[in-house]
Ligand binder design. Structure first.
Ligand SMILES: COC(=O)c1ccc(CCNc2nc3cc4nc(N)[nH]c(=O)c4cc3[nH]2)cc1
Length: 375
């Protein structure tokens, strides 16, 4: 039986742990390392599928938690699955709901069976088990599905994290057994363990023994420092098989993307570019630009003078500032389009620097120019 998703390592960068790869999915074959735009409720906010295609998006995310509660996975299934429902025919990955329950739901209670919580939309009590999450994801029909896991606080006690890791491994096993479509939907395991090396090793070894087609490193980008995140990646990635994709959840700034690639990560996602775009903050090659600022009222330059995206070729800071201040939706469409283009272009440049074996020079250029070295 062909695996639903097949990773091929094309080239290792000479001086770092970075890898150039190909990820074959039922909806196309895509280059890695890749950034995946987040479309929580079956739409990448303010972006049409045509625009996503134009800027080079390959896999986008949607969320099990949100789509289960609204409109209901049954409606998406009746529509023919997420690709049909949202008219997107490239890759789709769904997160399992674990993280969303912990970050969105009020009052939640974790038991061996699953997690009890209050629906953030109507306050009703709900229950999500590993089997229920898999059933929802099977019905939504993404190419890649995530196991239900607990994303624990990074600064919890060793004993708490150990119990949580062991439960997440048992939940992963239950999810594998409940999975109905392994030949066209790839279920990834999620490595936990917070900042404890032995627990990250135990979590990775538990999941690798279950032979998932891909692995994510979870429990990060939850308030720990970038140094702590990089340190966890340094000792966790080596426990994962070289011939499977590695996905770092929730990471989306230029510096963290590059430092994740250097440590062997292939896939990233984050709401950051589209979320900051909605309040008028833009990513540029000279650092962040808050375009609604008064100082841009008569600035007729593009958001980023080094960017060749549709927005930077056709609209000025003054115009975009006006739209944002006037609450015109077209304004956030333009900032969202540019920010996603910025990260997708950055990843294309990262892939080229792996081919050219000069990723560390590229990192220096980005950190210097984009202002990450400023203390
Ligand atoms: C303006 O910027 C923002 O609003 C904003 C919000 C959240 C993040 C970070 C998101 N971080 C993150 N997402 C995550 C999603 C996850 N999913 C599962 N199943 N398990 C995890 O262990 C997990 C960890 C994550 N860490 C970054 C930026």
């Amino acid at each position: 039986m062909d695996p639903a998703v097949k990773y091929t390592l094309i080239k290792k960068e000479k001086h770092t742990g970075a890898r150039l790869g190909l990820l074959e999915t039922p909806h196309g074959t895509f280059e890695t390392p890749m950034f995946m735009p987040v479309g929580t409720e079956a739409t990448v906010k303010n972006m049409s599928p045509e625009d996503l295609e134009k800027i080079g998006a390959s896999i986008i995310l949607s969320n099990t938690y949100h789509l289960w509660l609204r409109p209901g996975e049954d409606i998406v299934k009746e529509a023919g699955g997420l690709h049909k429902f949202m008219n997107w025919n490239k890759g789709i990955l769904t997160d399992s709901g674990g993280f969303q329950v912990f970050s969105l739901a009020k009052t939640r209670d974790i038991t061996e069976a699953g997690v009890h919580f209050r629906n953030h939309l109507n306050g009703r009590r709900e229950f999500l088990s590993p089997e229920k999450a898999i059933q929802i994801e099977n019905d939504l029909g993404p190419d890649i599905m995530m196991s239900l896991d607990e994303c624990p606080p990074f600064f919890e006690s060793y004993d708490y994290i150990k119990d949580s890791v062991e439960r997440t491994s048992r939940w992963a096993e239950r999810g594998l057994r409940a999975h109905r479509n392994p030949d066209w939907q790839a279920l990834f395991g999620i490595v936990q363990g917070a900042g404890f090396e032995d627990l990250r090793k135990q979590s990775a070894q538990d999941l690798v023994s279950m032979d998932f087609p891909g692995y994510s490193i979870g429990g990060l980008s939850v308030g720990e420092s970038k140094e702590e995140m990089n340190h966890v990646l340094d000792f966790t990635a080596p426990f994962l098989p070289e011939n499977k994709p590695r996905y770092l959840m929730g990471v989306g700034s230029a510096d963290s993307l590059i430092d994740g690639v250097i440590r062997g990560i292939d896939m990233f996602d984050c709401v950051l570019p589209t979320r900051i775009a909605r309040n008028g903050t833009c990513m540029t090659t000279k650092g962040r630009l808050v375009v609604k600022n008064a100082k841009y009222a008569r600035d007729f330059r593009p958001l980023d003078e080094n960017c060749d995206c549709y927005v930077c070729r056709n609209y000025s800071r003054a115009y975009i500032r006006h739209l944002i201040n006037a609450n015109e939706l077209f304004g956030t469409h333009l900032t969202s389009y540019h920010n996603l283009y910025f990260l997708l272009k950055l990843m294309a440049d990262v892939r080229q620097s792996i081919r050219d074996d000069n990723l560390l020079e590229f990192r220096e250029h980005v950190f210097e120019e984009y202002g990450f070295n400023k203390k």
